[in-house]
Design a protein. Structure first.
Length: 208
């Protein structure tokens, strides 16, 4: 082997080490920048509150089918001073004991600015939705007792905006407890033919 070949073979490991070192330094600087931005901005998840639920129809048949028509009012507040939120997709539906009992209602995409408040009042409808025999029996018992505990779910995709930078999409999950007190005539307000409005004002759990 010539001296020139030996010289080049010795230089290759040094070049590879320098490339690895450069990549590691670059990744470290990127992570450090992200951590600094995160610490300065202190991003916070949006806060959701279920305000009320108006029940128009809520019937359970002996064959374990449920028909319902419920209008819920849900508010969302962006608590961030420097971060905006794009709600690219947001579906709302009702759940009883981990079983979906209404169709998904789509909320139109919207942008929520710094410290802004959005209020949505979607209708949730399910026509003769089959439920498990166990849930059917539990629902009949709950109605006999006078309180049915539903969960109003919001499921969607969000992006965050900082200045001109817009993040990728994140999965948003919101769970709002809604206790419908059918057995207490003073718990709701009659707002129409067989329609009763229940004030709830409960915070929702949010995960992003």
């Amino acid at each position: 082997m010539s001296k020139e070949c030996v010289h080049h073979s010795k230089k290759r490991p040094k070049l590879i080490r320098r490339i690895y070192a450069g990549v590691l330094i670059f990744l470290f600087l990127v992570l450090l920048t992200i951590l600094l931005i995160w610490a300065i901005l202190q991003p916070t998840k949006p806060k959701f509150i279920i305000q009320d639920a108006t029940v128009f129809i809520f019937n359970v048949t002996a064959a374990n089918f449920i028909s319902s028509s419920i209008q819920v009012t849900v508010s969302s507040r962006n608590p961030n001073d420097k971060i905006g939120i794009y709600y690219d997709r947001l579906d709302v539906y009702a759940v009883y004991r981990n079983q979906q009992i209404t169709l998904r209602t789509v909320i139109q995409p919207t942008y929520q600015g710094h410290n802004d408040l959005n209020i949505w009042s979607p209708f949730l409808v399910g026509n003769a939705v089959p439920i498990s025999p166990y849930n059917g029996a539990a629902l009949n018992q709950d109605q006999a007792v006078g309180t049915v505990q539903l969960s109003i779910k919001l499921d969607g995709r969000v992006r965050f905006k900082v200045g001109t930078f817009i993040s990728g999409r994140y999965h948003l999950n919101v769970d709002c407890p809604a206790a419908i007190m059918f057995g207490n005539p003073t718990a709701g307000i009659i707002v129409g033919n067989n329609a009763v409005k229940y004030q709830l004002v409960r915070p929702c759990s949010v995960s992003v």
